[in-house]
Write a protein that binds this ligand. Structure first.
Ligand SMILES: NC(=O)N[C@@H](O)C(=O)O
Length: 257
């Protein structure tokens, strides 16, 4: 069980659409650098500047942007000195349960735990998730919620562990500045090394499978640290629609590339 922080956060978050710019302090939001309807490989020099700059590849039939997101391994700084390896995992993420508030009737997601990987970054790439469904087309594509918190670097927080003992969490999450972002098919997300984040939250009617890329060394506390807390960090997902669909709220819900 994750240690429970003794602080009691109180915060209601309205999620923003995930963009490379607004997510930059937490990691990388990965989106295609080119429009969806560009179907003939252009000369890279005819494209707006992008970092990393693209080069032609695959017999000039592809534009290659590399690295599109870094792959970082800082396990050499870990206390145990245990060697790490690159690891690709699949997380099959089922839709989360939402809570409905009364007057106004809204759907909210309660964030109750954050975790971080102190020596590696971690990338979630959704599979089989379209970025294009229209409201009312019956497709109702799921989206995913990315919840992150800045790290209070050099600070400590007290928490209670499973045995009821008081323990110290170093570099704890800044619970006053948690942020929530709505991501959709066509986007992937890399949590920066040590970035506190909520376990993946899929919203919608069906499961989303993610390929997850990171480093691991098998030492539990070096691979993943957790901090739980009571009710208090709430993501406001807007008004509940007539048939359980979200009509309004995060218009984000239907954000398109
Ligand atoms: N982010 C997420 O859903 N889970 C993890 O970070 C994990 O490693 O378990």
């Amino acid at each position: 069980m994750a240690p429970i922080l003794t602080t009691n956060p109180s915060l209601t978050l309205v999620p923003e659409p995930l963009t490379p710019e607004n997510f930059a302090q937490f990691g990388t939001a990965i989106c295609s650098p080119i429009p969806r309807d560009l179907n003939v490989a252009p000369q890279p020099s005819n494209l707006p500047p992008y970092n990393p700059a693209p080069v032609l590849a695959n017999q000039n039939s592809a534009l290659k942007y590399s690295p599109i997101s870094p792959l970082i391994d800082r396990y050499a700084n870990g206390p145990s000195g245990t060697a790490s390896e690159a690891r690709m995992t699949m997380f099959c993420c089922f839709p989360r349960k939402l809570r409905t508030t009364a007057s106004p009737e809204k759907e909210v997601f309660d964030v109750r735990i954050l975790e971080r990987h102190p020596f590696t970054n971690q990338t979630f790439v959704p599979m089989d998730l379209s970025s294009h469904s229209k409201v009312g087309d019956g497709e109702d594509e799921p989206i995913f919620l990315v919840v992150v918190a800045p790290t209070l670097k050099g600070e400590t927080a007290t928490a209670t562990n499973e045995a009821g003992e008081t323990i110290t969490i170093r570099d704890p999450p800044d619970l006053k500045n948690v942020k929530a972002f709505i991501a959709h098919g066509g986007q992937a997300v890399t949590y920066g090394v040590g970035t506190w984040h909520a376990p993946m939250v899929v919203l919608g009617r069906r499961r989303v499978d993610f390929v997850v890329v990171q480093h691991v060394n098998g030492v539990a506390d070096e691979d993943c640290q957790e901090a739980a807390f009571g009710e208090g960090v709430v993501v406001d997902l807007g008004r509940k629609g007539q048939h359980g669909r979200r009509e309004k709220g995060p218009q984000l819900w239907r954000a398109k590339l």
